[in-house]
Ligand binder design. Sequence first.
Ligand code: M6R
Length: 366
Amino acid sequence: TKDGYAHYMLKEIHEQPTAVANTIADRLYNDKISKYFIDQATAAILEQVENIHIIACGTSFHAGMVARYWLEAITQIPTQVEIASEYRYRKPVVPKNTLFLTISQSGETADSLAALRFAKTAGYLSTFAVCNVANSSLDRETDVCFLTHAGPEIGVASTKALTTQLAVLALLTLKLAEIKNVDEAIRSNLAKQLRTLPGIINQSLLLNDQIKVIAEQIVRRDNALFLGRGVHYPVALEGALKLKEISYIHAEGYPAGELKHGPLALVDEKMPVIAVCPNDELLEKLESNIEEVRARGGELYVFVDHKSQHGLKDRVNHLIEMEASGTFTSPIVFNVPLQLLSYHVAVLRGTDVDQPRNLAKSVTVE
Ligand code: M6R
């Protein structure tokens, strides 16, 4: 049931603090990865990992993109991320000791399963998966499966599946960081961020009314541009996917540094530009990209935190201030207001939020 919410999507957005808390639960203990996260045999595999190939579709692919930033920055393990339908039809090179990792909410996505079946013949060290459905094809066929404990996701637009996938991928990054002897102080800081994540997601849900006001402006537009940099670039892609999927507004996500290489030509007073702008080491770069948009009259909606708002508050009309979450978990948290934004735009447009046209929840055919 929808528990009094108007749509499953809205319910599932609000379930995220609990879903993420359930997913982390006993996998983290005293700011360390607990013994309940993986068994010894799995740890032994991870000790041999020299490369990682992540394969997924749609929103799950965006989770994989975030994980690549984390894995390479924190563990220095070379990591590639690829769309399953591309990967399965090319001839990928598999270096020795490469881990194959599929991400899928349903565990029944045809292209992701085909990629896994190929991987099993391709000389990988092992196949791992992050999946929300126990006993799905993916869970049964992969060597190791980390379940997200999001509970059933009914809305076609993926919301709590994404944030719980990211929580598991963050835990996996932390486990690999431990294996790679990353400095203990760094690791416990990251673990602390994960521990406080459900509370911070909860805070971001309180922005609902503010986001509704923005939705009333975006609903009149036919296009939207989402910008982010670094680990928040996949968040921009995800924001654009969500908006097009349920409101049918044409939206594109771009790494902000690419603006000058083409998309800036689209910017005029009728182009909403939504930027994900937390206080991280790319803040200044993003600020100057935002300035480029402002100079062309683009309609800016910028998601900031308490620290990153300083440089922007006099220059941007619509600033939405998020609770600061730490640079590790912010690509999880910043998805939440973007989910709410597309939700409200879709409701105002009167589209079928939970069951958008032409789409299926689980894509079991290619
Ligand atoms: O079940 P999966 O995670 O494998 O599904 C992958 C995509 O079909 C899915 O994430 C899709 O992009 C969502 N509808 C996006 O909201």
